[in-house]
Design a protein around this ligand. Structure first.
Ligand SMILES: [Zn+2]
Length: 419
């Protein structure tokens, strides 16, 4: 009757059930009496919807060290290295190869939805064209959204805005701006006006790189929230980073939180790159490089955690693991209570799914059978140990399996009775 059944799998803490799949959809969630043709033993495994990566750069991934390493680790040297890489190495084949490799690594760990930024400063739009091809290639098993990102600014570079419009015509899902990197505050505001005008005209997502600088005077978040309200784009708008918020005065934060709440915009934080990149100009004690996640989450703002850079000129580490990014967040923002772990797990699953407006996300009858099976008891256990998903299923088909790590003791060889 069904194509495959996952038997005795944990759905939530202390709730075990069966999940039946037919024609790529979840047909039934509940115990089945009759014997089925094909079953997966879910004993000891937890069924979760796939992880959702809401901010990564597939065009810069896996380039770390070429043409040279970012020795200072600072953003500005990273931009220099990337501009050089673009001139010397960037080609269609190069981007396709690296992006596919990263997607393979991430999908193997249970990520089946990715929002990638792509730098559109290059007049030929080489990386964008390559990623549009990748999007088609992976579509049978993974949903890829592409956001056009003007790394060198919209107003401070000669062709920023026309490049963005060219990118829209090629078929991106959303557009971006980097107001804090524009040469003046006024140009920063102007870049946001341009971005929102284009997004309204072409009905696109807005995903702003916002206040990614340890500067209490960088206050573009208020402009983004106001524009989201004025244009009505609201839930289609996301801001990433907003590190500067950690440096704002308390009275101003209070005003800002109200504005963010009413604007309905989403926030993405990237604890791995943020903690590595920010706080570098502070004297001791140094800032933690992360925005006010606890306050934002407490105020009901939809916050997602992203992995972001992966072996790039900006970040020389990265494994593609979203539980690892969540683990880092728990430390940086002091979210270590039992309820906090549940919240952080939501930040790598349902919360980013909401900002990407994914349809049919979650384990429920009628939804596509996109399911990962992880050997973990609960959110705390998962975030503490960060086990890789043992089974990754996309539309009812197992696309990746990773056997659990198992240590074999060697008492004879070790010549010890200890083992
Ligand atoms: Zn980024």
């Amino acid at each position: 009757m069904y194509d495959v059944v996952i038997k005795n799998v944990q759905l939530e803490k202390d709730v075990v059930t069966d999940i039946a799949i037919k024609e790529g959809l979840i047909a039934k969630v509940g115990f089945l009496d009759d014997v089925q043709n094909e079953t997966i033993d879910g004993t000891g495994l937890w069924a979760l919807p796939p992880y959702v990566e809401s901010h990564i750069h597939l065009d810069t991934a896996l380039t770390s060290g070429r043409p040279y390493s970012n020795q200072s680790g600072e953003l500005f040297e990273g931009i220099q290295v990337w501009n050089q890489y673009r001139q010397d190495y960037l080609s269609h084949e190069d981007v396709v190869k690296r992006a596919m490799e990263v997607i393979k690594v991430m999908a193997g760990q249970g990520v089946l939805n990715i929002r990638s930024m792509v730098d559109v400063s290059d007049p030929e739009l080489t990386a964008l064209k390559a990623l549009l091809e990748v999007k088609e290639k992976v579509a049978p098993f993974l949903q890829l959204q592409i956001i056009a990102f003007p790394q060198n600014g919209l107003c401070s570079s000669a062709n920023g805005a026309p490049q963005l419009e060219k990118a829209i015509e090629l078929g991106v899902d959303g557009i971006s701006a980097v107001p804090h990197l524009e040469s003046t505050r006024e140009k920063g505001v102007e870049s946001l006006n341009i971005c929102f005008q284009l997004a309204t005209k072409y009905d696109k997502f807005v995903h702003i790189f916002c206040d990614e600088i340890d500067d209490s005077q960088s206050r573009f978040l208020e402009v983004v929230a106001s524009l989201a309200l004025e244009t009505g784009l609201k839930e289609k708008v996301t801001v990433s980073h907003i590190n500067a918020m950690s440096y704002y005065e308390e009275a101003y934060v209070r005003k800002l939180l109200g504005l963010i709440q009413s604007s309905k915009i989403h926030v993405v934080t990237a604890p791995l790159i943020n903690s590595a990149m920010q706080g570098r100009f502070d004297s001791y004690p140094k800032g933690r490089g992360i925005t006010r996640v606890k306050e934002l989450h407490g105020a009901g703002v939809n916050v997602a955690v992203a992995h972001d850079d992966f072996l790039s000129p900006f970040y020389s580490l990265g494994t593609g693991s979203l539980p690892a990014a969540g683990h880092m967040l728990c430390h940086l923002v002091h979210m270590t209570g039992t309820d906090d772990f549940d919240s952080v797990l939501n930040m790598i699953t349902v919360n980013p799914a909401r900002l990407m407006q994914l349809q049919g996300y979650g384990i429920a009858e009628g939804n596509p059978a996109n399911i990962i099976l992880v050997r973990a008891e609960d959110a705390h256990d998962l975030l503490r140990r960060q086990p890789v998903a043992e089974i990754v299923m996309s539309k009812g088909v197992i696309i990746a399996e990773t056997p659990p790590l198992k240590t074999e003791w060697m008492p004879q060889k070790a010549k010890s009775t200890f083992f």
